[in-house]
Write a protein that binds this ligand. Structure first.
Ligand SMILES: Cc1cc2nc3c(=O)[nH]c(=O)nc-3n(C[C@H](O)[C@H](O)[C@H](O)COP(=O)(O)O)c2cc1C
Length: 208
């Protein structure tokens, strides 16, 4: 938990809730940030391995709005320790995140690694860079070969991040995570089937 993260989300109402529930003192020694958080090696490696995340923006009417964003692993790029970005693919053309960020640039990103039961929350300020206005920059954030039409890049200035604990995260695995184990199991089954067939053949036919 970084001091910057806590200071950003500890609003007066949150502080009052902590006071009412007896936890306010528990955090006072963790405050005292000297500036926005900077992406380090653990955050860069974690973000760089993700194939999806959840993006929260704020509507002009104050509602939280959450959208799932996906792409090839590593589609969210670390531009420098203070900046990350990703390509915005053409989708349902509602442009809610785009519109929200144009009115209020504050966003939250939620990265999950279910297999390793780890998660990272990141707060930042998001701006759009249109593919027409800066094609080279948008190309830098796009992954060649990925089947999607990139309309723009979203660039996020990092404000703060927080690693969460693993409690209550059920491990889940993608097909790619499981592929090596499934491959090994299939090879072993084939080996056993071959051995059985050989034994049956030696005994003059299948047992039964
Ligand atoms: C044809 C098409 C239809 C889609 N329909 C939906 C939808 O109904 N709901 C949704 O949440 N995402 C949908 N998506 C994915 C979103 O368009 C995509 O995630 C996009 O980034 C939405 O951004 P926004 O929520 O900021 O407007 C669709 C994508 C495509 C290609």
């Amino acid at each position: 938990m970084t001091a910057r993260f806590l200071e950003t989300v500890f609003t007066p109402a949150v502080l009052a809730a902590q006071a009412a529930n007896g936890s306010r003192e528990a955090f006072t020694h963790r405050l005292g940030a000297d500036g926005p958080d900077r992406i380090g090696e653990p955050e860069a490696a974690f973000i760089g391995a993700r194939d999806s995340f959840y993006l929260a923006s704020v509507t002009e009417t104050g509602w939280p709005y959450m959208q799932h964003r996906g792409g090839p692993p590593g589609f969210v790029k670390i531009l420098d320790p203070a900046t990350i970005g990703f390509a915005d693919f053409r989708g349902n053309r509602q442009y809610i995140s785009l519109g929200n960020a144009s009115a209020d640039d504050r966003v939250a990103l939620f990265f999950m690694d279910y297999a390793r039961r780890a998660r990272l929350k990141l707060l930042g300020r998001m701006r759009a860079v249109d593919a027409g206005s800066d094609p080279d920059f948008v190309a830098l954030l796009s992954d060649a070969g990925y089947k999607a039409r990139v309309e723009r890049a979203f660039v996020i200035s990092v404000e703060a991040f927080e690693w969460n604990c693993s409690q209550h995260i059920t491990p889940r695995f993608t097909a790619a995570d499981l592929a090596p184990s499934v491959h090994a199991m299939r090879a072993r089954i084939a080996e056993l089937e071959a051995a059985l067939a050989e034994r049956d053949a030696a005994a003059g036919g299948p047992a039964g």
